[in-house]
Design a binder for this molecule. Structure first.
Ligand SMILES: Cc1cc2nc3c(=O)[nH]c(=O)nc-3n(C[C@H](O)[C@H](O)[C@H](O)COP(=O)(O)O)c2cc1C
Length: 230
């Protein structure tokens, strides 16, 4: 895809132009907020399967995200194989045990108390899909030469946000899980050294008795997260 002849500037007329009235815009913005505020991080998964095509479409959405110089410095590994998920769980729980037994430090552990998490991670096996998100420090031209990527954490974070929104829009729930450190994922998933695993997303349907921590519903009000200069 990154052939050298594609890197010269060429202008296209803006495709896909939107033309909403002010009232329609406000209605769309409100409807989207209404949808997104119903997204919840879920840790209790049912065994209802999710078709691979749904996961592929959601990752296609993630791939439309903006990125520094359009380098798209991300790679997604989607896992449904139970044996593979078990290996991820076992390795993640080993890291988590170190984390919860002191590696995290008191302040971090205190911050996690209201969320109710611990080193037991059944969702890594129960969820029908795990999506591991890798950030790429550099990319490669078609001829194999490498080039530096820019704004890698920002770009990958935005793509992950698109993915979370797409999964929610498709009626799925997810959990952004971050075992610390995540180096074991490169070896296990055969990803190269220049890629850094930033997150494991568990994806699926909630169990009938799924719970969420009460504090997770406490979102900062608009006047705390927004300053307007007009
Ligand atoms: C970068 C990041 C890392 C997270 N890591 C974990 C994690 O390792 N384990 C976990 O149970 N939740 C994790 N979460 C989920 C948060 O606890 C959750 O987003 C927060 O409590 C708010 O709940 P909500 O997503 O339902 O709004 C993480 C979220 C983010 C954005």
């Amino acid at each position: 895809m990154f052939a050298r002849e594609h890197i010269e500037y060429e202008a296209l007329d803006l495709p896909d132009r939107m033309d909403l009235s002010d009232a329609e815009m406000l209605a769309e913005a409100k409807a989207f907020y209404d949808k997104m505020k119903r997204r919840h991080t879920v840790r209790d998964y049912s065994d209802r399967p999710v078709a691979r095509e749904v996961i592929e479409e959601c990752i296609r959405t993630a791939g439309t995200a903006p990125s520094g110089a359009n380098h798209q410095p991300w790679h997604f590994v989607a896992i449904s194989d139970p044996a593979f998920k078990k290996r991820v769980r076992d390795a993640a729980e080993e890291e988590e045990r170190r984390f919860y037994e002191g590696g995290a430090g008191d302040e971090w552990l205190k911050a996690l108390e209201p969320i109710g998490t611990n080193d037991d991670k059944p969702h890594l096996e129960d969820a029908p899909w795990l999506i591991v998100i890798f950030a790429q420090r550099w990319g490669h031209f078609d001829d194999g030469d490498r080039f530096k990527n820019y704004y890698v954490p920002e770009s990958t974070g935005i793509a992950t946000g698109f993915l979370l929104a797409a999964l929610h829009h498709a009626g799925l729930v997810s959990l952004t899980h971050t075992p610390n450190p995540m180096k074991f994922l490169n070896k296990m998933l055969g990803r190269p050294e220049h890629e850094k695993a930033i997150m494991i997303l568990a994806v699926g349907h909630p169990r009938d008795d799924a719970k969420v921590p009460k504090v997770a519903k406490m979102k900062k009000p608009l006047d705390e997260i927004l300053t307007i200069a007009e």
